[in-house]
Design a binder for this molecule. Structure first.
Ligand SMILES: [Zn+2]
Length: 383
């Protein structure tokens, strides 16, 4: 592969990529609005067809549709590469009014720019490059409508396509390190969500205090116990992030609950966490404790196939003229599902930027061409 030529060609394609990206960003697509997400999907599907892609639309109820876009020759010998993207964003309709597409100091700002509409455009550009160079192999670009809300409907499709693929590249943004460099993600924590509810016995705090069994007091005790499930040494964190309960200060509370976020590094920890939550018993026998939820994203552990992909990326990046490192993150992505199935998965293959889910969300333009060229080279060379 002629790396300087590949990079130069990517650079000449970048302005056109940015024009289309702007169109895509200006179609607001919050996860909660299926029609809006589908408008963004249709736009990208149209561009995919221009590239010779085949579109398969998996219709969903209550969510946007899942789009499976296939490119390249069908080959019995060579397994496809699965590129994982999503077109839903965390941004509500109207966000563009206060947070419009804006270019300043080599950065492009706007809702869903970095997370991850630019990643999807990088994928289309990489496919166009490989087509030009007659290096296109079977590639599946999967666009999910529900990543920002935990991938409830796309998960099974992601998993099925991963199992038929040689490798998975996740188009989520790169990880910014403390020295400012941007690393690929070779490990992600698994995520669990629990809700612990306490049902106590209400009473008048003045007239009938002793008859009451406070759900608030019981929950406070439970929170101490739940928080102690944290074990920083093994990377397990348990955060009671939301509490609610009670009605008025003069009522002994009948109800209280907490919403808990759990992060784990090792898959084996999932069982342990389930056991912990299953073992919760009321301190006050007159109160009842109910637990719902569980681990919904297994951790992406740093393992063989993923390490090999990272080494390859490092080598190719060097040939393209930049250094690249690897990192672990506490955040989850659809890569958690594919890595947990044992399919080699490399994450953070999207843009370099900052401010995901924040009002300063942006990506850095100068990294766009090198990272897109890297993505193309990785697709071409993965086993
Ligand atoms: Zn994302």
């Amino acid at each position: 592969m002629d790396f300087p030529a590949l990079l130069a060609r990517t650079q000449t394609m970048t302005p056109a990529m940015l024009l289309r990206l702007r169109e895509l960003v200006e179609v607001e697509s919050p996860s909660e609005d299926p029609a809006a997400v589908n408008r963004a999907m249709e736009m990208v599907a149209g561009w995919a067809v221009e590239l010779g892609g085949k579109v398969k639309r998996h219709k969903q109820k209550g969510y946007g549709d899942v789009y499976e876009l296939r490119f390249g020759p069908r080959s019995a010998k060579r397994k496809p590469i699965l590129l994982l993207g999503h077109l839903d964003t965390v941004w509500a309709h109207g966000t563009l009014k206060t947070m419009p597409w804006r270019e300043a100091d080599g950065k492009i700002y706007g809702p869903g720019t970095m997370d991850m509409k630019v990643g999807v455009m990088m994928a289309l550009t990489a496919i166009a490059l490989l087509k030009e160079l007659a290096l296109l192999r079977p590639v599946t670009l999967l666009l999910n409508p529900d990543e920002e809300i935990g991938s409830p409907v796309s998960r099974t499709i992601t998993e099925r396509l991963a199992l038929e693929s040689a490798a998975v590249f996740v188009l989520e943004p790169a990880q910014i390190m403390s020295d400012g460099s941007a690393a690929l993600k070779t490990a992600r924590k698994g995520i669990g969500n629990y809700r612990v509810a306490v049902h106590g016995v209400a009473s008048h705090s003045g007239v009938d205090f002793e008859r009451g069994h406070s759900a608030v007091l019981e929950l406070a005790r439970q929170i101490e116990r739940i928080s102690a499930f944290t074990d920083l040494k093994s990377g397990r964190t348990v955060n009671c992030g939301v509490i609610s309960g009670g009605t008025r200060s003069n009522v002994v509370a009948a109800e209280a609950s907490t919403e808990v976020d759990v992060r784990i590094v090792r898959a084996a920890d999932a069982k342990k966490v389930e056991r912990f939550f299953g073992s919760l018993k009321p301190f006050d026998k007159a109160c009842r404790v109910t637990v719902t939820g569980g681990i919904n994203r297994p951790p992406m552990e740093r393992k063989g196939g993923t390490i090999a992909l990272f080494r390859q990326a490092k080598k190719l990046a060097a040939q393209l003229g930049f250094a690249i490192d690897e990192a672990a993150t506490g955040g989850g992505s659809d890569g958690n599902f594919t890595a947990a199935l044992g399919v080699p998965t490399l994450d953070g293959m999207g843009a370099v930027g900052a401010g995901a889910h924040a009002s300063h969300e942006h990506f850095v333009v100068e990294h766009l061409a090198p990272r897109t060229a890297l993505l193309a080279a990785m697709i071409a060379t993965a086993e």
